[in-house]
Design a protein around this ligand. Structure first.
Ligand code: PLP
Length: 462
């Protein structure tokens, strides 16, 4: 029997139990269980800046930052104001030219590196990558796309085909044909692929995010650019996570002065409120791909470039510039990194800390096999897949700090707070990490401390 619909006015009154039931019954039961095992199944009811509050009015510091989509923090008033300003304009009349979208495209052309000029707007990062793959193929007339083995570019069919994690691809084969991978930072492997002169594009993150926050050696991206140019392959910079100030400059490509042929953006472009993605390329490439009335509608999106999303994009660029957030990310990132390096000196469980600006990863030491005696099998199994999650569980439940592990490398937790974060908030997190590693020197400790039920669930499956 069909039940009564939930009204918008009911939202404020939904209990945590009701939300859990709806999520489990009508969304994703497996994720419901997983979040529950880690005690991650909070009901957040309010968020502002770097903070979020749960239904019991506990305050959390958000160091996950919406996987890079909250560079301005939660509910930045300037974004909300911008949405109010355009609220009487038509949001969607696709058979026309959208003033707000074309203004945002103009602005992006001013701030992106090199000759990047024409923008295709969509609604997510994966879609921006799809746009890049299609543009590269049609503009070059070549079939192949090369990406990095540990890269992450999204989970739609095309973007998944260039995402380097078998776990996400298995069961969805066949992937897009003519896609191959090389090792990040291995120029010889890349050249081997490009030599055949049939590669349309090489897609790369200037710093790998989900791969575990991997910063390439200095000079790598410049050499990649040179190689691509000499073999007629387009260079696609996926700045979906690194872009818009995150790494201490507006775009991570700027660190090495590269000028990609295509740049992908999404996440924070919507100011943490509106979904928006962008694929930006040069005028020359755009015209080759979609120039002329025959080809101008070959790649489109119903919602791409809608007024509300584009207005959020314009306001985001304004706030980034006015509050000098890229420079702030550089300064506070260094402060956080120094604090983390000091912790690394003290706690051997921290294998590495790395990153740039406010995109920082902490990698944990895996235990030697058999080190933990009787429970070694289960704990090793746990740690391989869930150690980052376990540390994140302790941080959340003992210290009210929101973090998460990186998708392609669960042994790494990421710290990527809003760029408006303060030194005081960073100190709170550093102290919490210190306390966490002081109290939980072994993996077993983390397993027990992170989730009430996580360890027992692993044992019961054996
Ligand atoms: C570098 C990179 N590219 C693409 C994506 C996919 O973006 P979306 O989740 O919006 O599809 C992500 C998401 O984490 C990302 O980090």
């Amino acid at each position: 029997m069909k039940k009564e619909l939930i009204k918008i006015t009911d939202l404020q009154h939904l209990t945590r139990t009701q939300v859990k039931e709806n999520f489990r019954n009508y969304m994703n039961p497996g994720l419901h269980t997983y979040l529950g095992l880690l005690d991650f199944d909070k009901l957040y009811v309010r968020a502002q800046g770097v903070y979020a509050w749960d239904s019991e009015d506990n305050r959390y510091i958000d160091f996950l930052g919406g996987y890079g989509s909250l560079n301005l923090g939660h509910n930045h008033p300037r974004i909300i104001e911008a949405l109010q300003q355009v609220s009487t304009m038509p949001n969607l009349i696709q058979a026309s030219m959208n003033a707000t979208a074309s203004a945002l495209a103009y602005n992006l052309a001013q701030i992106t590196p090199g000759k990047l000029n024409n923008t295709f707007f969509c609604n997510s990062g994966a879609e921006a990558v799809e746009g890049a793959i299609k543009l590269a193929r049609i503009a070059t007339g070549r079939p192949r796309i090369v990406s990095c083995g540990s890269g992450f570019h999204g989970k739609t069919m095309g973007s998944l085909s260039v995402t380097g994690r078998e776990k996400y691809q298995r069961g969805f084969e066949p992937m897009l044909p003519a896609c191959s991978t090389v090792t990040f930072c291995r120029l010889d492997e890349l050249e081997e692929q490009l030599r055949q002169k049939d590669v349309a594009a090489f897609i790369v993150e200037p710093i790998q995010g989900e791969g575990g926050i991997i910063v390439p050696y200095e000079g790598y991206l410049k050499e990649v650019q040179d190689l691509c140019r000499s073999y007629g392959t387009l260079l696609v910079a996926d700045e979906i996570q690194t872009g818009l100030g995150r790494t201490g400059t507006m775009f991570a490509s700027e660190h090495e002065g590269i000028e990609p042929d295509i740049l992908c953006l999404a996440k924070s472009l919507g100011g943490g409120i509106m979904p928006i993605g962008a694929m930006i390329t040069t005028q020359e490439l755009w015209n080759k791909a979609y120039g002329g009335i025959e080809k101008c509608l070959l790649h489109t999106s119903t919602f791409g470039g809608n007024t509300w999303a584009a207005a959020a994009g314009i306001a985001t660029l304004e706030v980034l510039a006015e509050e000098e957030l890229p420079a702030r990310a550089a300064e506070l990132g260094e402060y956080l990194m120094n604090g983390l390096r000091a912790l690394q000196q003290t706690y051997p469980i921290i294998r590495d800390v790395r990153g740039r600006g406010l995109l920082i990863g902490i990698e944990f030491e895996q235990p030697a096999k058999g080190m933990l005696g009787k429970v070694a099998g289960a704990v090793n199994k746990l740690s391989a897949e869930f150690l980052g999650a376990m540390v994140a569980g302790v941080l959340l439940n003992k210290h009210q700090i929101i973090t998460a592990y990186t998708l392609n490398n669960p042994n790494v937790i990421r710290l990527e707070p809003a760029l408006i974060v303060t030194k005081e908030q960073i100190d709170v997190v550093l102290n919490a990490l210190n306390d966490t590693f002081e109290k939980n020197t072994s993996l077993l400790g983390f397993g027990l401390a992170s989730g009430k039920t996580l360890l027992s669930s692993v044992f019961s499956k054996k």
